[in-house]
Design a protein around this ligand. Sequence first.
Ligand code: SF4
Length: 329
Amino acid sequence: MSRTPVLEVNNLSVGYETTKGLLEAVRKVDFSVYENEIVGLIGESGSGKSTLAYALMRLLKNGAKVTGGSVKVLGQDIYNMDPETLRKFRWSSISMVFQSAMNALNPVMTVEQQIIDTLRFHNPNISKKAAFEAACELFELVRIDPSRLKSYPHELSGGMRQRVVIAIAIALKPKFVIMDEPTTALDVVVQKSILDQIMELKEQLGFSILFISHDFSLVSEIADRVAVMYSGRLVEVADSDTLSTPEGHHPYTEGLIHAIPRLTDKHTKLRGIPGNPPALDKIPSGCAFHPRCKYAEAACFTEAPPIVKTEHHSIVECHLHAKVGGARV
Ligand code: SF4
């Protein structure tokens, strides 16, 4: 059965202008997110996840620019939209939950003002009463008592602030929401309740999610598919069901899986991945992961790895998988 994509990313590259020249943080990335799907995007800090997220919203910061490829949301190329069309399209069709709720909210405005501003910006004819009622409904949806609408961000707990940011992101019922580390800095109990809430809202309102995190166990719990990013490339895209077995994956994914602590493991040492991701101006030749990869062989040092489909139904970018018979994509 064919599925309808809400997001189609083709050959996307994003670079930063620096004193060392243009350095690419996202390198020729291809992937899609389909209707009602949650795709998890994981990778260590500096892998290019947030740069990719901002590029999908066409919200890249100064010095960053798309250097190739395209981004279509609901079939529309967002880099071909005029600014006014894009302004209306954002939040009503694609929205984003930004990292760190405290920074995403305006500290000198009540949360009510901030929600109503979002509603009125996109619908200037909405009456004050209707906007207030919509804000109350949104608070009920994210399980905050509407009496807290009059609060300033600093008067709310971390979990409540994150719920307010989610309420603003879904205020105009978008079909696609990017969540950039939405539960980072929250304790595990609050984290769990926010995750449950995200799942409930997704079912209720029917939007798709790109869920970005560096926490592999969190992502594999919530996502239908997981995309693994390393040094600006998507090195594996897999169904989250297949991630319960560490074998058969990209060596980087395998390392991430082995680094997850398990309740059933007694007295076992966690096996982290040695080394660090490369800096943007020092991306190794061949496979960028080769300095950290225990399977690296001659070709890995000089040749870019091919993309292959594995018997575990993952799409993996690795010489090793091509050698053991993975079909080239
Ligand atoms: Fe390791 Fe080579 Fe595969 Fe890269 S291509 S992940 S270095 S085996």
